[in-house]
Each structure stands twice: as C-alpha cells, then as structure tokens.
Design a protein. Structure first.
Lengths: 421, 399
C-alpha cells in the first residue's frame, strides 16, 4: 500500500492519518533536534555529514510541514494552522526559521533575566550567579528615580507626583461642570505648586538646587512643564501660519521650520552655552529652566504642525457659519474652530508628547542627569563597574512600559474619535 | 465699571471701523517685537563678548585646530585648520546618515511587508519588533549597542572570523581594503552602463506602448551591469587587489588588526541604533501605503491574469509609493537629525568635533552653534528638495 503513495505529491485527504502522522513525526523531530542542540548541547543527528547536519532540523521540519499541508482536511485545528502559518512552502520555511530562532534565544534570555539572576544582597560580591545582577538596580533605585535629591526630602517629589496622578484620575470622574475648573487648575496653578514643593525655598521647606534634581522624576518634570508650555505656543504658531497677514505668517513659518530643521542636541547646546551670552551681564538663568524653555520651543514647532493639520481638516463651512453669526477672529477660533480641530488631532498631540518623553534623555549632553544619565553615572562608579547592561535593560523596560501604554492610549483615542465624525 | 465698559466699547468701535488698521497693527507689533528681541540679544552678546575680550567673526576657522580626530574620511591631522575639522565632522555625519538611511529603508520595507504577511507568526514578530524598538528612547538603544552589546564582543585575539576576510572584535569590524589600479576606467564603465540601462528602459517602454512587445529589460540590464565592468578588467587594464587585515602583536598582551579598513565600534553602534529605530517608523509608513491601495485594484489585476509578483510590482507598489514617500522623507530627515546623538558615544560627527571639541578650545559659542544649526538646516533642506523632486516624478500625472 505504501508503494502507491508518491511522497512528493500533494498530501491528500484520503490518506489523512498516514500523512498526518508522518508530518507530525518529522516536524517534532526537527523541533526536538533544535531544542536539544541549543539547550543541552546534544546533537542527535551527528551521524550526518557536518554541512548537512546544520540543516537537518530545517529539512525535517520542512518535510513535516509539507505532509501536514492537507487541504480541507476536516480537522478544524489543522486547517486553521495551515492557513495561518503553513499556507505554502515559502511560509513554512519562514515559520520554521522563526520557531527555531525563538527556541534558541528565549530560554537563555529568560535565564539571564530571571532564573539565573541575582536578587538578594547589597554589594557587587553578592552577584554570584551567572545571570543579571539586579542588586545593582536595587541599590541604585532611589538615585535612578530621584537623582541626587536628598534622601530625607524625597517625600516632596512623591507627594507632588501622587497629587498629580490623583488630580488627573479625578479628571475622568468628576461632573462635567467642574471639569473646566479642574483643568484650569491643573494647567495654570498646579505646576507652580509642584515646582514650589520640589524646589522649596519657602513655607519652611529647604531650598534644593536644580542640579540635584534627576532620575526618572526629572524626565516627568521636564515633560510635564514642556507639554503645558508648548501647547499654547504651538496653538498660536498654528494660527499664525494660517493667518492672511504676511508678517505673522512668514514669521510663524520661519520659526516652525527653523526648530523642525535642527536636531534637539544643537538646541540644547544653544540653551546651555549660547543663550547665556544673550542675557545681560549679571543676569543668571538656571540651566534647567533654559533647557525646559529650549525643549518647549522645540516641541512647540512640532505641536504647531499637528494643530495645523487639525485646522486644515475642518471644512470651510465651519468658518463661514461662525462668521455669519458675526463672530470676530478670536471668538471664531476659540469657540468654534479650535475645539473641533484639537479634538481631531488628539492622537497627534499624544504622539508629540511621546516623542517629547523619548527625547528627554538627551539632556545628559548638557549635564542634566535623568534616568539614562543616572545609569551612565552609576555604571562608572568604582564599586559597581560592569553592570551597564543591567542598567540599560532596566531603563529600557521602564521607558518601554511608559511609552507603550501611552501609544496604546493614543491609539484608543484615535479609534474613539474616528467614529465620531 | 461703567467707564471701563464704555472704554472697551469705544476701543472695539475704533478697531472695527478701521479694518486696515486692524490688519496692519498686529503685524507691525509682531515685526517690532521680533526686531526688538533680536536687537536686545545682539546688544547683550556684544557687551558680553567685549567683556570677555573676544570678537565676533569666522576668522578662527583658518586657525590650527591642534586636536586629533579618531575617524576621518579625508586626510586630517592636528595641524589642519578648524574648517578642515568641520569638514571631517560633516562628512562623518553624512556617512552615518547614508548608512542609516540605507539599512533603515531595507529593514523598514521588509518589516512593513512582513507586518501584512498572511503568516501569523511573521506578522506577530514584525508587530512586536515595531512595538519594542519604537517605544524605547533612541539614546538608550544607542547606549545599549555601544556600552553593552559591542563591549561584549571578544578581544582582537579571539575575534569573530568571517571566512578569513573580515574580523569582528571589540575594536571594531575589520574588512579588506580595495586597492585599485586604473579605477577611473572602471568608474567610467559603470557610468556608461547606467546610461545604457536608462536608454534601454526608455526604449523598452516606448516599444511596449507602441507595439505591445515586451523586451526582457531586466535580464538584459543585469547582464550588461555584470559584463561591462568585467570587460574593463580584461581589456582596460583595471585590476583589483585586496589588503586583508592581519592580526599583529603590538605588545606583550595587546593584539590588534593592522591593514584593511577599520569600521570603528562607534560607527557600528550608531548605524545599528539609527537603522533599527528608524526602520520601525518606515515599516509603519510602508504598511500604511500598501493597505492604502484599494483591494479592488489587486482583484482587478488578478482577474486580468497578472501573477502575484506582477501585481505587487506593476499595480500595488506604484500606487503605494505615492502614499509611502512623503512620510518616509520625514523619517529620513529625522534620522539625519538623530545622527547628532553620535556626540553621546564619541563618534566624531559634526556635533562632537565642531560643537564639542572646537567650541571648548575656541570658546566661540555663538558662531559655532549657529554654523552647526545652519548645517543641519541645509542638510534637511537638501533631503526634502530631493524627495520632493522624486515625489513629483512619481505622482499621478493628470492629462
């Protein structure tokens, strides 16, 4: 009976059991070969010549998937598998390659990250296992979060961020009538409270130099201040770019295109070394302020383009209708155009904010140390040499969680507002 | 109270009854404001510079730079001028931007197409690649590649060997150096081939439009590209030898490769980080472009008997490119600007060489930062002009 089957022919439904079992056998042989080879360093096919040996799992898997590719087999699971990962020979090779790469790389990665990693201890010497030394992160954690801010005063940063989070969460739950006031409070009053609390200098709080600020909290401080400040500037620039008055229009275009054409690093250099030259003699401006202003102007240009997109997307009828009601320029824009335009570009605004958060680590080139900068400092500490990888992986995971959740949120908003119009 | 409202009203009347005034006044105020700010800054800068005893000007560019640059495409030594150092930095920036754009485009297109693959595993892997690399700050990725990944490479003595030709070690990638004789003949032959291929393409298109005959353009041009330069080796006296990198013992314990071309780890880390990061954005552009082509187009193409390859090449891609190119241009611009992160890992690009070392030495903050910014502005303008030209070329020509 077995003689009648041409093995290179398309596997047919009539001989389902035979093809299915041969396919499964060969496919799992390939998988087992790779697993044993990469995890236990055992080679079960070493009797083949060396060149062939390297490809045996691929050949086994390829043949196995070939025999499994039974059209309309009637088995729901198998049909689903075939359409999704095994629709033709090219797809089957890609599938195999991906599976093999995953088998080879995921276990060592997990070993390094968790299984063989060191969690208990306080010094470098406690890192005895071969995996990652998370003790490094544990010991440096306060520094990575708060920079060189004095330990006894950390509650001030914590309180201000807890207040911020509570207020933002409250924004979603309070009645719509009060919402307006809360937003005004959040934008115009709260930043000053937060700043006063963190920098101190009054109400009996100790003054803390901005050079001591750092870590992840500095990332948030810069992002929040820059976002709040860049929004109105961006709005005016966007309106200016669409204005019919040539001076306003061309100065807006010039401003926007200038900031969009230069990299942030040069802007930071400008803020840190060039800007002090432009101030009158004896006037000193804190470096952190200069950097925040620079980032604000930089992001305002991008924000302006996002908002302009929203303004352009609005139909002319909206302008005409508002004008026919006798509205002037400002009333027309504040009451009719901007509320709709801003709603349209919420995802774009979220993306700009995301870019802003991702750009903040750059401030380390002018000597301000947020999370990445602190890791850079920690890894050169003589007691903790050689843990750069742990530091970057930790920072990467933290940033990834922050940015990923933000981008998911912006995608959700995008979907929500897409159906609206 | 009454007085104030009357006052307000009278101001309102004043403005609304004079539209020209309302049109010009804000503009004049804006212009005055801008002029005032610039004048104020210029005045302060002049006072400050006078106090410090420096004069404004670009004469310092001719002075001797007296610092070394680790990696340079043109000949440079400490005795060269600041202008030369600027040129070295600029060329290094352009080099890394070109490498980054090249790899980011290839990777981005592959990932973007994979994202739409019917194979579930491939689509998922592509999606996760995008989500992971897009949401981690570029600087962090750069540091990871430079300080963690490339530092984990073996020492030159145990370098990773690629077929005895190239060696990868912690000191960088060493590849053979090409040593040409009569290189210009070879170069002219390549230019001639390119011109010939362009003519063949035009002729073939004309033939197809007029007679419907198809000329196998692809095979003809490939064979031309291979054969013609080969001929120059046989007839034109062109020859090519390789200088292979060799492991040399420099002292008791220090080994390094001598000869060949050394690609320094800074360049590798920067190119890797830039292309892996930018590829995610390009992939999203490519995906948006391909999904932007209507399903009906593909079905129509399939119904007149085109093969899947032909559908992609002749129907989908020409339309998708129109959607893909404008946002991709933006990504190229971003990559070029992001290449300035080089300064953080000491790759000698324009920011490190000019805005870093040269500024430290001369103290001319205003001139140097302005020149650096103007350089990036002009690079951005050049790229956008080129891409606008290309975009116009492939745009729909309505007759």
């Amino acid at each position: 009976m077995i003689k009648n089957i041409n093995f290179l022919r398309k596997p047919s439904r009539e001989k389902f059991n035979l093809f299915f079992s041969i396919g499964i056998f060969l496919f799992s042989l390939g998988l087992i070969d790779v697993t044993l080879n990469s995890l236990f360093d055992v080679n079960i096919t070493s009797f083949f010549p060396r060149v062939l040996n390297y490809f045996t799992p691929l050949i086994f898997g390829f043949l196995g998937l070939h025999y499994l590719r039974i059209e309309f087999s009637g088995n729901k699971m198998l049909d689903k598998l075939n359409t999704n990962i095994n629709s033709n020979w090219f797809n089957s090779i890609l599938t195999l390659l991906i599976i093999f790469v995953l088998i080879q790389n995921i276990p060592p990665l997990l070993n390094w990250l968790i299984i063989d990693a060191n969690f208990v201890g306080t010094t470098k010497e406690d890192c005895t296992d071969s995996g990652a030394c998370w003790i490094f992160i544990k010991i440096w954690f306060p520094r990575l979060m708060y920079g060189l801010y004095p330990n006894t005063e950390l509650w001030r940063i914590n309180t201000s961020f807890i207040m911020l989070i509570t207020l933002v969460v409250a924004l979603f739950y309070i009645p719509i009538k009060l919402k307006k006031y809360l937003i005004i409070f959040l934008i115009f009053v709260f930043p000053f409270i937060m700043f006063n609390l963190i920098s101190g200098g009054n109400f009996g709080l100790e003054w803390i130099e901005t050079t001591a600020w750092g870590g992840l909290s500095l990332t948030f401080i810069i992002s929040i201040f820059a976002l709040i400040l860049c929004f109105p500037i961006g709005m005016f620039l966007a309106l200016g770019r669409r204005s019919s008055a040539p001076v306003t229009r061309y100065s807006s275009i010039g401003f926007i295109e200038f900031w969009r054409g230069v990299p942030l690093i040069t802007v930071l250099f400008m803020a840190s070394v060039m800007f002090p030259m432009f101030l009158p003699d004896g006037v000193y401006m804190d470096k952190l302020f200069r950097v925040i202003i620079a980032i604000t102007l930089f992001e305002a240009a991008y924000m302006a383009e996002v908002i302009r997109g929203g303004l352009q997307a609005l139909p002319r009828g909206q302008y005409d209708a508002a004008k026919s009601l006798g509205m002037g320029y400002w009333r027309l824009h504040m009451l009719v155009i901007l509320p709709q335009a801003l709603k349209l570009v919420i995802p774009g605004i979220a993306n700009t904010f995301l870019a802003l958060v991702k750009d903040t680590p750059l401030i380390l080139v002018v000597g301000l140390l947020e999370l990445v900068g602190m890791i850079d400092m920690a890894k050169t500490n003589p007691d903790w040499l050689g843990f750069a990888t742990e530091g970057y992986v930790f920072a990467g995971i933290l940033f990834w969680i922050i940015c990923y959740s933000m981008s998911r949120y912006s995608q959700r908003l995008e979907k929500k507002y897409k159906t609206d119009r | 109270m009454n007085l104030i409202s009357t006052f307000n009203k009278s101001i309102g009347n004043f403005f609304s009854s004079r539209p020209k005034f309302r049109y010009y006044l804000p503009q004049i105020l804006t212009a005055l404001g801008i002029v005032f700010i610039f004048a104020y800054f210029a005045y302060n800068a002049q006072v400050n510079m006078e106090n410090r005893g420096i004069d404004f000007g670009l004469r310092f560019l001719g002075e001797e730079a007296s610092f070394d640059i680790q990696f340079s495409l043109i000949e440079y030594s400490g005795a060269s001028s600041y202008a030369k150092a600027y040129l070295v930095g600029l060329l290094n920036t352009i080099l890394v931007a070109c490498i980054g754009i090249f790899f980011a485009t290839i990777l981005g297109v592959i990932i973007g197409i994979s994202r739409l693959s019917s194979n579930y595993l491939i689509a998922k892997v592509a999606e996760w690649y995008i989500e992971i690399f897009r949401n981690i700050p570029l600087l962090l990725q750069l540091f990871f590649w430079y300080f963690a990944a490339l530092r984990a490479l073996p020492l030159p003595k145990e370098a990773i060997n690629f077929f005895d030709v190239a060696y990868l070690s912690v000191k960088g990638l060493y590849v053979p150096k090409f040593i040409w004789t009569n290189f210009s003949v070879f170069l002219y032959s390549i230019i001639a081939v390119i011109v010939a291929v362009v003519f063949i393409f035009k002729y073939a298109k004309k033939q197809q439009e007029q007679t419907g005959k198809q000329i196998p353009v692809f095979s003809i041009s490939t064979s031309l590209i291979v054969l013609f330069p080969l001929l120059t080796f046989l007839i034109g006296g062109v020859s090519l030898t390789f200088e292979y990198p060799e492991l040399k013992q420099l002292s008791q314990t220090i080994f390094n490769y001598i000869g060949g071309v050394a690609i320094i780890p800074e360049l590798m880390a920067l190119a890797a980080a830039l292309s892996l990061y930018t590829a995610t954005f390009i992939a999203e552009c490519v995906r948006a472009g391909i999904t932007g082509v209507g399903k009906g187009q593909k079905e129509a193409a399939a119904s007149i008997g085109l093969t899947p390859g032909q559908i992609l090449r002749l129907v989908v891609m020409p339309q998708a490119l129109r959607i893909i190119i404008p946002p991709t241009t933006n990504q190229y611009l971003n990559l070029t600007k992001n290449s300035s992160l080089a300064a953080a890992i000491a790759y000698p690009d324009i920011v490190l060489v000019f805005a870093g070392t040269a500024m430290m030495q001369t103290g001319r903050a205003i001139e140097i930062v302005s020149i650096t910014m103007l350089t990036y502005l002009s690079l951005s303008i050049v790229i956008s002009i080129f891409m606008n030209w290309y975009n116009k070329k492939i745009a729909i020509k309505e007759k």
